[in-house]
Design a binder for this molecule. Structure first.
Ligand code: ZN
Length: 301
């Protein structure tokens, strides 16, 4: 019984069984998968896929957002899954010949289930495994993709991406160095995938509030020390969301897609006109780079 394999109290860490349970239950089409959900998915499918041989690739349509390349079937069939990695919001399923490159788009999800499970209208791809199960890619809106990256080659979609926010290359010194001379707002800068990957609108807004930096401030005019605070905030908030991705996803799905993150924990996102939880002042909102942005003019300078 997987239900009985609850996580250790207070550890805050997801067990593999937990991750599987969550990956199982992620409802497709209900929210945009952000970095924490993609990482939760990776952790959920890693165990069931690792070391398994892919016996068949079933493509029920020729394309998702883009055509599914002809290399996918021959590349994966008969191969053993060596690893499942994440880069930005892409998942890479590694075999000896290369990697299946998957993006969940606006509404995609991946689940491992018995291969004989009835196929729904939006179940576009199955990787059938040698243990009678299958990795099923479901994507109602079809903004996701399934592409092929040959061994030893970096796919163009992955070239030019900035460092991972939870990796060692991302810190205040890096942000400071990258931002000198830039007039663009610091929030726009933080959401630029060539600067750092996977910091979506919610996480950028929350991190800036925690670091006390106004989203409209020119990126080139934020000090090294404050960038240190911002980098720490980004890391903490994303790591927290990944941890909570486990326990809250089942119970909380916001209408605009902030799963794995308790609504009451959001300090600014979606709270325009409400009181700042820190100072009580009224939160302001504006469109910044086509994205709705909320901040506290008192706490964030
Ligand atoms: Zn405030």
């Amino acid at each position: 019984m997987r239900r009985r394999m609850a996580r250790a109290p207070d550890s805050g860490l997801m067990t593999r069984a937990d991750a599987m349970l969550i990956a199982d239950r992620i409802a497709c089409g209900t929210r945009v998968p952000e970095l924490p959900e993609v990482e939760t998915t990776r952790r959920g499918i890693l165990g069931p896929l690792s070391g398994r041989r892919i016996t068949e690739v079933v493509l029920r349509r020729p394309d998702l957002r883009w055509p599914i390349p002809g290399e996918i079937g021959p590349g994966l069939t008969g191969e053993v899954v060596l690893d499942v990695r994440r880069r930005a919001k892409y998942l890479l399923i590694d075999v000896a010949r290369g990697s299946a490159l998957i993006h969940l788009g606006m509404s995609g999800c991946l689940r491992v289930l018995p291969a004989a499970t009835a196929v729904g209208a939006h179940d576009h791809v199955d990787f059938v495994l040698d243990d009678g199960k299958a990795l099923r890619f479901t994507d109602p809106r079809r903004f996701g993709c399934l592409l092929w990256q040959p061994q030893g080659i970096t796919h163009p979609l992955l070239a030019g991406l900035g460092p991972e926010p939870l990796g060692d290359a991302f810190d205040g010194d890096y942000l400071f160095a990258r931002s000198r001379g830039l007039r663009a707002g610091v929030k726009t800068f933080l959401m630029d995938q060539s600067v750092v990957v996977g910091v979506g609108n919610i996480y950028a807004a929350e991190s800036l509030h925690r670091a006390g930096i106004a989203p409209t401030r020119a990126a080139g005019r934020v000090s090294r020390a404050r960038y240190g605070q911002l980098a720490d905030a980004v890391r903490e908030i994303l790591a927290h969301a990944i941890q909570r991705g486990g326990t809250t996803l089942r119970d909380f799905l916001s209408p605009d897609g902030a799963p794995g993150y308790f609504e009451q924990e959001l300090l600014v996102y979606g709270r325009a006109g409400e009181a700042c939880r820190r100072c009580g002042g009224v939160l302001r909102s504006a469109q910044l780079g086509q994205r709705a942005t909320v901040w506290c003019p008192r706490c964030q300078r």
